[in-house]
Structures are given as structure tokens and as C-alpha cells.
Design a protein around this ligand. Sequence first.
Ligand SMILES: Cc1ncc(COP(=O)(O)O)c(C=O)c1O
Length: 392
Amino acid sequence: MIPSVLPTYARAPLSFVKGEGPWLTEADGRRFLDLGAGIAVNVLGHSNPDLTAALTDQANKVWHVSNLYSIPQQQDLADKLVAATFADTVFFTNSGTEACELAVKMARKYWYEKGQPEKVEIITFSGSFHGRSSAAIAASGSEKMVKGFGPVLPGFKHVEWGDHDGLHAAINDNTAAILIEPIQGEGGIRPLADQELKDLRALCDDNGVLLILDEVQCGMGRTGRLFAHEWAGVTPDIMMVAKGIGGGFPLGAVLATEDAASGMVVGTHGSTYGGNPLACAVGGKVMEIVSDPAFLADVRKRSGLLRQKLEGLVASHPDVFEGVRGSGMMLGLKCKVAPADLVKAGYDNLVILVPAADNVVRLLPPLNLTEDEIAEAVARIDAAASVVGADV
Ligand SMILES: Cc1ncc(COP(=O)(O)O)c(C=O)c1O
């Protein structure tokens, strides 16, 4: 008999009843150190008091009003995002997938309004992940994602990650945009080098192509800058954001320059819940905390410590690990063993890790993990690796 919850997830037999900072308490009372943070969502940990206050304050005022009216919390968050980034304008969504939908629509509409309606093709990369809607799976293009779901939405061209010649060859008069994650998350924590992102920006400029960055997983302070592309000193035309921006409350956004957004006039897009007062009240508080330069400096310092300790861990388990990669608090342990085995051993040692493609186990902890918690996290992964290593 089919479960009452549609069985699309391979769930671990864990059920958490309470969260506090980076700690999650299981129904049986065991306390887990959460290095997954809801897959890069709980940037300030669980039940952060500032976020709880922002949410409950707003809940006591008004929960939901339609986008037929102006929403002050939405305006406030949009102003904060515009002030802190390349963007001139923001549309709020409920998820990263919806942000992908709009980013694709926006890029195509841009060229349509410029009198070049043939420019509809979006170039994407192998190993990418942009969500699960029809456009997002077409963007990713992997067989695993699209097989069985009928005609794949046209207008996407896929290039191998790292294939520079292939990328140049893929651009033609029909290219509307290049869509890329500055650090692939689901694809196995595969970062684009700063120079590669710079070259990509130049390539887009030289060829009249929009650059869309998907910072759903790597954005909102995760790399120690508010957004990952800041490290390269270049800016996109359009950016997808979600996950961390709501700190655990469903919220996403598309940020864009005035020019890139120019086709999106009244009536061209909408969302009932997107930019809802509860979500934006929380998002506003997340932005206030995470965009603080002192907070980001702390993320850089502590993530440096985490990385250093992980390098030591890798060195002491050469049969289990190949190396560490990633940036800030978005780190991947490239494994020689099956990532699922390490994740399972992690559960047994009360630490939560997240598997990714390319034989990688991900660490995406809350950004405010303390030095003591970092030491504890690495000790627990060490214990898990010892168990897995003993079986190699
Ligand atoms: C880079 C990236 N883009 C888009 C998405 C889709 O976001 P959501 O699951 O909120 O729809 C994800 C989710 O993992 C992601 O990692």
C-alpha cells in the first residue's frame, strides 16, 4: 500500500522533535550535531531567538495579505537586498525552484522585448541542480531528473562542467543566458574558480548573453561573503536565492539589474504566497544579521578553522577520504568509500552529514557554529570515519 506521504524521498529513520542552534533532538532523546542545516537552510541554527521573535511579532499582526496590496515587510527586505547587492529589483518566491522559473522567464522576456525573440536558449552545466519544476529539470538535463516526465521543456543547452571550449562553441545567436551555480551543491561541492567566473562574465558581455547565477545553496553568507560571486569581483544580471534567506521559513527571491528585469512589467508574473509578510519578516531579520560585515568576518574565521581540522581528518583517514573542497561553510569531503556509508556512520555517531553527487559528503552547517562545536563536529566525523575505515 502506498504510504500516506508520497514516497519520493529516501528518508533516514530519524524524527526530530526539537532544535536549538546546531543541535537536533530525536524523538528518543538523542542529540545530533546538525551539519546539514536542512541542506543549507538554517543559517542561524534552529529556533534562533531573533528569528522566532521576528516571526511571532509578525504573526500577532497580520499573517498574509495578497500581492494586490503593498506589503511593508516585503518592501523592507527588498530594500535591504538592493542596498547590499548588485541588484536594482527583487521578486519574492517560496523556493529555489520558483526562483529558477522566473529567472528563465525573465531572461527570455528580456530579449523578446529587445526585439530579439529568437534568443531563448539557456546554457547550463552537467552536475547542476536548479530545482524540480519542468523548467528546472530541463535546465539540469540529467537523465535521472527528466526521464519519464514527458517532453522536456525546450531551450536548454547542456555543457560539461569545466569544458571551456564546449561552452564557447555552445554560444550562438539564439543564446539568451548562461545559468550556473558558483559552487555546485547537489553536484558535489564543485566550485568555480574566481578567474573562471570572471571569464564567464566577460564571455557573456562579449556575446550579448545574460549571466544568471544560482546562489540558492551557496548564497546568504555561506561562503563568508553575502553572495559567493562577490569573491570574484563580478556581478550577474540575474540571481536566484532561496534556502538560507528564510533561515528555515520558506522564502526565495530573484534579484536582477534594472535592465535585465525590464521585460517583467505588470501582469507578467506573480505568486500568491511569494513575499508573504511572515516570510519577509523572518527574511528581513536574517538579512540584518547575515549581511553584517562582522558576522561575515566570523564566518570566514570559523570556516577556516573547520577546513583546517577537516584537512587533518582527511590526512588521518587516507582510506576513507580523498580531500576537502568548497568554500566557507559549504564544504565537501571527497570520499573513497560510498558517501551513504559515511552518512549512516555519522548518524550512529550523532552527527548529521548530507550526501552529494561525485562521491562527496557535504557539510553545510549553521553559519554561527562556535569553535567548540566545530571541534565536536570533527571529533564525531572522525569517529564515523573510523567505523567506515575499519570496513574498507
Ligand atoms: C543550487 C540550487 N538551486 C535550486 C534549488 C531548488 O530549490 P528548492 O528546493 O527550494 O526549490 C536547490 C535545492 O537544493 C539548489 O541547491
